[in-house]
Ligand binder design. Structure first.
Ligand SMILES: [Zn+2]
Length: 409
């Protein structure tokens, strides 16, 4: 993979590709085509995802219409109720939800949703964007099936500028109108197996889908290109262990591609000894991180390895919000690599995530380090990291995957 090829892939995939959409499948086919170019025969593996076409969505605040996007998979409704902005999540704040349409900061995650549902809220509002950005973009959001568990409240997403106005104007009553068709469709993983000498496998993952406003150069065509470069390398480079590339779909919708692959391939998962996941690399700005979901010893190993190669890195043990987590949850030690820019030099999940954030030379440097690590692991006499999750990581995975409530401030 050279600079020209990297820039070509970025340019060819500079379109929105949400999980389950026709554009996502188009991108899957394109990436499988890149594998064909270097002699790899990739499979496009489908898995089911819930979809919705929103026909109509409106939000009125004391009779004045506010631009919004309706939450997908949140049912159909027309409801008017008192407005309640809930920045805190303590018992008192929750006791004020009953019969109201509740606006929260940030994402509608599993616990927040259960909270407002059980507290008797009748609808919800979220917001994104930034009060100082020139645009008034609104992201397309969904009430994830594993969040609602079938108990749907109507919701809308609005821009941060309007969210501030709702509070500043002491809005009394809001009305949500939401009409949509819900159905099942397919999203796709792009899988390429490059067998080794022994039946142990290293799984290389990166998601290629994007969110609704983003052409996802940084998050995460960058990581997809990185994994393609590794796959190309291992087509000819020696490797004792098998290399399995999985470019995942619908990661942005809750890691759906990696969850589906783990669920559908238990016998293959058993033979995975390590996952290397890339989610955002090669940006102009930003600090290089490795997040190890596995034995603490691997943190030290990667620190020493990077030092030996002369590569700046910050390594920690933890759970990274990406496709490494379903694999780690199945017992596979996982390392997520990422070059993370500060918010003011590289934002994601909005229209500013474009090629402008990227530098092909930085891509090559990041890929070279990751490839050196992958080479070492692929050819190790024995994989140094144990194939079991330490208790602290099991705990973090339970929290991250919604099985245990994390402590909140
Ligand atoms: Zn990502």
């Amino acid at each position: 993979m050279d600079i020209q090829k990297i820039n070509q892939i970025f340019a060819d995939t500079a379109y929105v590709r949400m999980g389950g959409s026709a554009e996502e499948l188009k991108c899957a086919e394109y990436l499988a085509g890149i594998c064909t170019e270097f002699g790899g025969k990739a499979q496009i593996q489908p898995f089911p995802v819930q979809m919705a076409d929103v026909k109509d969505a409106h939000l009125y605040a004391d009779g004045v219409e506010i631009p919004c996007k309706g939450y997908r998979i949140a049912g159909n409704a027309e409801i008017e109720a008192p407005f309640y902005y809930m920045p805190n999540t303590d018992a008192y704040s929750l006791s004020q939800c009953k019969g109201k349409i509740v606006m929260i900061d940030g994402y509608m995650g599993y616990w927040r949703y259960q909270d407002i549902l059980q507290s008797g809220a009748v609808g919800f509002i979220t917001y994104d964007g930034h009060i100082n950005y020139a645009d008034s973009d609104i992201d397309d959001r969904e009430l994830r099936p594993y969040v609602s568990k079938g108990n749907k409240l109507p919701g809308v997403n609005i821009n941060a500028k309007d969210a501030v106005k709702l509070v500043e104007n002491e809005t009394k009553t809001v009305k949500i109108v939401l009409e949509q068709d819900e159905y099942e469709a397919q999203s796709h993983n792009v899988v390429l197996d490059i067998p080794g000498e022994i039946d142990e496998w290293i799984v290389l993952t990166a998601h290629y889908d994007s969110t609704s406003l983003s052409t996802g150069a940084y998050d995460n065509m960058s990581g997809s290109i990185g994994i393609l470069a590794l796959a190309e390398h291992f087509m000819t480079a020696p490797h004792r262990r098998g290399i399995r590339m999985i470019l995942t779909g619908s990661e942005e919708r809750g890691l759906l591609g990696s969850k589906a692959w783990v669920r559908d391939n238990p016998e293959l998962v058993e033979k995975c000894v390590l996952n290397i996941n890339l989610d955002m690399i090669g940006s102009i700005m930003g600090k290089f991180h490795a997040c190890v979901t596995g034995e603490e010893k691997l943190v030290s190993y990667i620190e020493y390895f990077a030092s030996e190669l002369g590569f700046g890195i910050g390594v920690k043990q933890g759970v990274y919000s990406s496709d490494s987590s379903p694999l780690a949850d199945a017992g596979v030690p996982a390392v997520s690599f990422a070059r993370l820019a500060a918010n003011n030099t590289g934002t994601i999940h909005n229209s500013y995530d474009t090629l402008k954030l990227m530098k092909a030379e930085h891509m090559l440097k990041d890929i070279a380090f990751i490839q050196a690590f992958a080479d070492r692991m692929a050819n190790a006499v024995q994989i140094p990291v144990k194939r079991e999750m330490p208790e602290n990581m099991k705990e973090r995975l339970n929290e991250y995957l919604g099985r245990k409530r994390p402590k909140e401030a």
